[in-house]
Design a protein around this ligand. Structure first.
Ligand code: XIL
Length: 295
């Protein structure tokens, strides 16, 4: 089991941050730096400076890198129309630059809406749902050694429209022999239990792919005290146990090192404290719970 963390290039100069990120985790994911906007801000002009700093950091700490994310509707430059030509140039440009250095790519991110339909993105509009298969085939050719992942959020339960849609999507991709190696479950959750999580991991894996937890955080109310921190430890332990119970679940990535960096307060106003380590880099009860569960 590999434990990973999302990191930010601009924090690597902070000695405490860098020491903890380098020592505690076997894998890193650039939180924003390999997305389309920062890597190809203008058509065909690539820029890898910030992402390279993270990839170099990972190499010097013997860590693997998850590349996140090639085809996504957010953090997308305004000029992207969704054409095949643009998608091909982007995937070839980015995957080509990192060939042999990035072990795994989130090739397509969040292609499903909460109602289970395909999300209306520029790529869907231009190419139809076949853009997903296209993206994977292009990525495979650009780096045949890299593992290719379909990544999404809110599909952690088998009974929801999105949980069912993910199952159908993966089944279809496997039937068409699309080169998808794994399905990533982002797992951005709160304290409520995730109904059927282990069953969902298991039945998706049974279609013939690996599964991974790729962006885990468990948000609390801003006002959380010791009791909520204990409940958070339990929630984290359950998440880790669900992955450990499924043979093809091989990695868990936490979406940030510490509460001081987490995206949660900005995107879920009123929530926070979502990670394993607090903003002063002190381990929280959740950290101990995860450490114990992972052995
Ligand atoms: C988030 C980052 O954490 C933020 O810093 C950024 O402002 C917005 O994106 N799903 C994903 C991630 O796949 O890329 C998102 O990351 C969180 C939700």
């Amino acid at each position: 089991m590999v434990a990973g963390v999302a990191v930010r290039a601009d924090r690597l100069g902070d000695a405490g941050y860098a020491e903890a990120a380098g020592r505690l985790f076997g894998s890193v994911t650039p939180e924003n730096e390999i997305k389309w906007q920062p890597t190809e801000p203008e058509p065909g002009r690539f820029s890898f400076e910030a992402a390279d700093r993270i990839v170099d950091f990972a190499r010097s700490h013997g860590q693997r890198v998850r590349g996140h994310a090639l085809v996504w509707h957010l953090q997308l430059p305004p000029w992207v129309s969704g054409s095949l030509e643009e998608m091909r140039r982007h995937i070839e440009g980015v995957v080509g630059h990192y060939r042999g250095r990035v072990a795994e790519w989130d090739v397509v991110n969040e292609a499903l809406s909460d109602d289970g339909r395909f999300r209306p993105t520029p790529f869907l509009r231009e190419l139809g749902p076949a853009y997903i298969a296209r993206a994977f085939r292009i990525a495979r050719a650009a780096d045949p050694q890299a593992r290719l992942v379909y990544n999404d959020y809110g599909a952690e339960s088998p009974g929801t429209p999105k949980g069912k849609a993910l199952y159908r999507l993966v089944k279809g991709l496997v039937q068409l022999r699309v080169p998808v190696d794994a399905i990533g479950f982002q797992t951005h959750v709160d304290l409520r239990p995730i109904p059927g999580f282990e069953r969902q991991l298991r039945r998706i894996a049974a279609l013939g792919v690996d599964v991974a937890l790729t962006e885990v955080d468990v948000r609390l109310p801003e006002s959380a005290g010791p009791e909520e921190l204990e409940a958070q430890a339990v929630a984290y332990r359950r998440i880790v146990e669900a992955c450990l119970a499924v043979e093809r679940c091989r990695s868990i990535t936490f979406w940030g090192l510490d509460d001081g960096d987490s995206w949660i307060p900005e995107f879920f106003p009123g929530s926070g404290h979502a990670l394993l380590i607090d903003e002063d880099l002190r381990p929280k009860p959740a950290y101990e719970a995860v450490r114990r569960a992972l052995g």
